[in-house]
Design a protein around this ligand. Structure first.
Ligand SMILES: [Zn+2]
Length: 195
């Protein structure tokens, strides 16, 4: 999370409250403090910078009422190894900024990394890593449809540039979240219960 708490924003306007999920603290908020731009020919306010009442972050809304940064997708996952935690965090930030190609490249890398960590060998094709994860119980049996929707992301090679869509990135992100929860967060909970 970024820090904005230290100071007070100077003289924002009090306006009709808008509800958001804050991109920074991920809380559902209603903000009535904002800066805004005025279009004198249309006699209307166009873009806004709302201030989050929890974390004091600026929430930027453009003339088309589009948020410049979306809420961070996914949840914090407990017990992730440091190297995976860093990549997972970068994936979430790519998704938040609408950088779906970058998000998918990192997600592919993470899927391969998990497969190798679980005992598969280096240098295989992406689809083969997905197969490995499915046939070794690392992907839960009832979640294989999710795995199939991700498998086709292996079709492009490194030197091809394709424009990935939000839908593809979301599918892959759900799969990544599932893998990380099952293999790290949930695995640790089970161990604790068995003690
Ligand atoms: Zn906030």
């Amino acid at each position: 999370m970024y820090k904005f708490r230290q100071g007070d924003w100077q003289t924002p306007s009090n306006i009709v409250a808008q509800t958001f999920i804050c991109w920074n603290c991920n809380k559902e908020i209603a903000s009535e403090k904002a800066y805004r731009s005025y279009d004198s020919s249309a006699r209307d306010y166009l873009s806004f910078i709302y201030l989050c009442p929890f974390c004091n972050a600026p929430i930027i809304i453009d003339d088309n009422k589009k948020e410049a940064l979306l809420p961070l997708p996914g949840k914090e996952i407990e017990k992730l190894p440091e190297n995976i935690k860093v990549v997972y965090s970068e994936i979430r930030k790519c998704m938040q900024s609408g950088c779906f190609n970058g998000a998918i490249m990192l997600m592919r890398k993470l899927i391969m990394h998990i497969a190798v960590e679980e005992g598969d060998v280096d240098g295989k094709k992406f689809e083969q890593y997905i197969d490995f994860l499915c046939s070794n119980g690392i992907v839960p049996k009832k979640s294989k449809n999710k795995a199939d929707s991700v498998r086709k992301l292996g079709n492009s090679t490194n030197h091809e540039v394709e424009n990935r869509t939000l839908e593809e990135a979301k599918n892959c992100f759900e799969f990544i979240e599932l893998l990380l929860r099952v293999n790290y967060e949930f695995a640790d909970i089970m161990e604790t219960k068995n003690e």
